[in-house]
Ligand binder design. Structure first.
Ligand SMILES: [Zn+2]
Length: 245
């Protein structure tokens, strides 16, 4: 069989998309989902910021001695993972995990971050997906963070009259040019992560309080990447619903 030398299914971000903001509920969500693409974008010289809505203090039952004790650990591990990915800044909004809701307060907080960072592209999860397959119910925090993020992108980030108090903070409206939704059941863009999958694996393993020694991390992420790549003719990919405004 002829070896494929091009990647027809790969979606390269235009050079004009210099700033990217990833928004997620939990400290390790972006590493699980989009970190291969993030590593590629930072290698291409783009400026990536992460915004983590909750502290991740509720973590897992196994690793949670108490709510507060886990917070600094998760913050430290998030920064370590971000460093591996070449992410410039991590913003922590400090909400409690487990009970997150897509409130107006959260939408305003995310609007504030968007207006300050002024990204060309926002990356978040899919707020419409309640479950995947037959074994995984999408975490309500994931849906809540994604829902508020989408609503912050449009209309509140770009509309002067929404959240006028942000104008008082010196934050002018900002129009986001693209929204990349991960975990979509109707993806239309695939990023070739063949060269950055190892970096993604290392970044997720940095969340040691969640993954332990993480022997399962590599086969899991490789399996997902192969599965996502199938539809695009790529050996390893991350899939997105890409929207352009
Ligand atoms: Zn999560």
């Amino acid at each position: 069989m002829a070896k494929r030398t091009t990647s027809p299914g790969d979606t390269a971000l235009p050079a004009t998309r210099k700033k990217i903001l990833g928004i997620a509920a939990h400290p390790d969500d972006l590493e699980f989902t989009v970190a291969g693409s993030v590593a590629r974008w930072t290698r291409e010289g783009r400026d990536v910021t992460f915004c983590l809505v909750t502290t991740g203090g509720a973590g897992t039952n196994d690793h949670t001695p108490d709510f507060e004790g886990l917070i600094p650990i998760r913050e430290r591990e998030s920064r370590a993972a971000a460093k591996i990915l070449g992410v410039r800044e991590v913003v922590f909004l400090g909400y409690h995990d487990g009970t997150l809701e897509p409130t107006i307060t959260l939408r305003r907080d995310l609007t504030r971050v968007i207006r300050r960072v002024r990204p060309d592209v926002v990356v978040c999860g899919d707020p419409t997906v309640r479950w995947y397959g037959t074994e995984y119910l999408n975490h309500p925090d994931h849906r809540a963070a994604a829902s508020a993020a989408v609503d912050a992108v449009f209309p509140s980030a770009e509309t002067r009259a929404i959240f006028p108090e942000l104008l008082g903070e010196g934050l002018q409206p900002h129009k986001v040019r693209e929204l990349w939704i991960s975990g979509s059941l109707s993806p239309n863009a695939w990023v070739d992560v063949g060269k950055t999958l190892d970096t993604k694996i290392a970044a997720l393993k940095a969340h040691a309080c969640q993954v332990g020694k993480g022997e399962w991390v590599e086969p899991l992420l490789r399996g997902w990447a192969a599965e996502a790549g199938k539809r695009a003719g790529l050996a390893a990919a991350e899939a997105f619903r890409r929207m352009r405004f």
